[in-house]
Design a protein around this ligand. Sequence first.
Ligand code: SF4
Ligand code: SF4
Ligand code: SF4
Length: 330
Amino acid sequence: MMRKIFTPSRLRLLVQAGFALFLVWTGVRFLAHVNWALGLTETFTPKPPAVEGFLPISALIAAKRLLFTGQWDPVHPAGLVIFLAIVGMSLLLRKGFCGHICPVGFLSNLLERLGRKLGLTWQPGQRGRRLLGAPKYLLLLGFCWVAVTMNLADTEEFLRAPFNMVADTKMLLFFQSPSAVTLGALGALAAASIVIPAFWCRALCPYGALLGVLARLSPTAITRNADTCVSCGRCAKACPVGLPVDKTLRVASPDCQGCVECVGACPVKGCLGVSLFGRRIPWWAIAAGCLALLIGASLVADALGYWQSPIAPQMARRMHMLMFGGMPDF
Ligand code: SF4
Ligand code: SF4
Ligand code: SF4
């Protein structure tokens, strides 16, 4: 009975939905904070640090600064914690972040389910899959080029620039009143994701591309027992990113999201599963490990003083007033 309730697919959806709810709560708190920072209310709400997880470029630059100076970014410290935790996840648990936690991955999952229900799902062949995945690596190369070629003085300047300080607010305002072009692009991406599962993730997300490259080093993988496999192909059909799971003994593709949908689809007990260093571990270990890493990293960082920004709220408010055209309150 327990096994039927907690199928890989259902547990994945549950974890994704739980995290999405947490982000909605974070978003509401952040909106209240921004309203205070912009002088629209005098009721102070502290900024929820988790919102900095949406600033991966700033975190990438901050990671470089950390590497070369040993100093933690004081502007978006939680962003750096989240970024490093996600990097750690990929090195250990493949792209489990994409498969179980990322809110865009959750939306992709919902749109994929809709596409399958409507019978609209289409998976490109091997060549098409490679072509589809190419743009995200080009974008990743671009971002890495900027991060690598930036000297330390420029890194410092970027991190302390007013634009970076209010980058999370800019993002909120951008999505609060999207232009017609933004809405059109989002609509097109949603429509594409109904037909081609995880379209954005497979084709365009540079963050996912980075995590996929790191995941190549991961000791965790989906493995298939060729002796018990009945070659039904259900695993490959269930795979959102169209990997030929039924034709390989160990899924090593950088596109594998560790979502374990393939494991749930396999009708032969023990034939397909998750392995760590070649030894089978429970299929729920990827989701549990990712959550434990993310929550653990934030708790440790908070205890060590690397989670909350040391910038005083009044200073942040002044910066918002200056950046967004209000009157400084001093
Ligand atoms: S590929 Fe990008 S958008 Fe998709 S789930 Fe991963 S991080 Fe999120
Ligand atoms: S191979 Fe399995 S775990 Fe990897 S993406 Fe496909 S369905 Fe998910
Ligand atoms: S679903 Fe299981 S039995 Fe069927 S092809 Fe995949 S691994 Fe083999």
